[in-house]
Design a protein around this ligand. Structure first.
Ligand SMILES: Nc1ncnc2c1ncn2[C@@H]1O[C@H](COP(=O)(O)OP(=O)(O)OP(=O)(O)O)[C@@H](O)[C@H]1O
Ligand SMILES: [Mg+2]
Length: 280
């Protein structure tokens, strides 16, 4: 039922670029796509190629006070209130998402952190919403997340078909992958794969492959392998600067790389094993 993909990794590694590409490839295949921007520094709309005027109109859900108050029965930013911990959110994805290029886009926005397990009304609505789209929708759901796994409660984590962790060839990025893997294990995510990005040559590829095939990775029962690396490409950088989607400007070879990766991601999400590098 559906395809539930979460994408995480260190800041700037290319999570949103990948999420935007997958959303467009999935939509092209006829999936009903719900793209969820769960990164406080929202940029998924941009990677979908949404023009700036249109992007500016999107009010992140965390800032929709009236909606949050209506659903939880509580006033935002007042402490010590009793409110609904299971607000009705089933219609939110449909009603409150932006619709662009056949993709429904939900921007969650930032929540002030009141410690872990913060039960402020905003957080309760967002958590319930993410749980609802992961557990109940038949769509292709693509979650663009920051390096933490905020928003994913235990039950929700189990509904994620694949957590794709993006790594660039740097020690820091690889370390972040490892901490995400630990968090994912604790959260109960069933399947994790790593994809490399900004790979500038064979040495980069070798570095990533070694880092993602070490003992700590093979000891992880959820680990589904390293899917290979996407090249560093100026076209991708330029697309960002020109406010365009990579999907629109990528030459056929580059688009093909993304397509191949998307096929690997779908196969992994469906629980099919491949060769270690997934290209078999
Ligand atoms: N393969 C690539 N080659 C060249 N540039 C890339 C590549 N992938 C991503 N970039 C560039 O790197 C920058 C960061 O990409 P992106 O916003 O997708 O990363 P992110 O992980 O979502 O970042 P953040 O953590 O800030 O949300 C962008 O300018 C993007 O164009
Ligand atoms: Mg991003």
């Amino acid at each position: 039922m559906g395809l539930k993909l979460a994408i995480s990794g260190k800041g700037g590694v290319g999570k949103s670029t990948l999420a935007g590409m997958f959303a467009q490839l999935a939509a092209q295949e006829g999936w009903r796509v719900l793209a969820v921007d769960a990164d406080p520094a929202a940029s998924l709309a941009a990677t979908l190629g949404m023009p700036e005027e249109e992007r500016r109109k999107i009010v992140p859900l965390a800032e929709r006070r009236a909606l949050i108050e209506e659903r939880t029965g509580a006033k935002v930013r007042q402490y010590g209130q009793i409110f609904k911990l299971n607000p009705d959110v089933a219609d939110i994805a449909e009603k409150e998402s932006a619709f662009f290029r056949g993709i429904h886009l939900l921007v969650l926005g930032a929540i002030e952190r009141g410690g872990s397990g913060c039960a402020c009304p905003e957080n309760v609505v967002l958590r319930e919403l993410v749980a609802d789209v992961i557990l109940n929708k038949k769509d292709c759901v693509i979650l663009d997340m920051e390096a933490g796994l905020e928003h994913l409660g235990r039950a929700t984590a189990r509904g994620v078909d694949l957590l794709l962790v993006v790594a660039e060839p740097s020690n820091r990025a690889v370390e972040v992958c490892e901490s995400i893997r630990r968090l994912a294990g604790e959260a109960g995510i069933g399947r994790i794969a790593v994809v490399g990005n900004k790979v500038a040559g064979p040495a980069d590829e070798e570095f990533l492959r070694k880092a993602c095939e070490g003992a700590s990775w093979s000891a992880c029962p959820a680990y589904a392998g390293y899917l290979g690396g996407l090249p560093f490409d100026e076209v991708i950088q330029r697309a960002d600067r020109e406010n365009r989607s990579v999907f629109d400007v990528a030459p056929p070879e580059l688009l093909e790389r993304f397509r191949q990766l998307w096929e690997q991601v779908k196969a992994k999400a469906a629980g099919q094993s491949g060769t270690a590098d997934g290209r078999g």
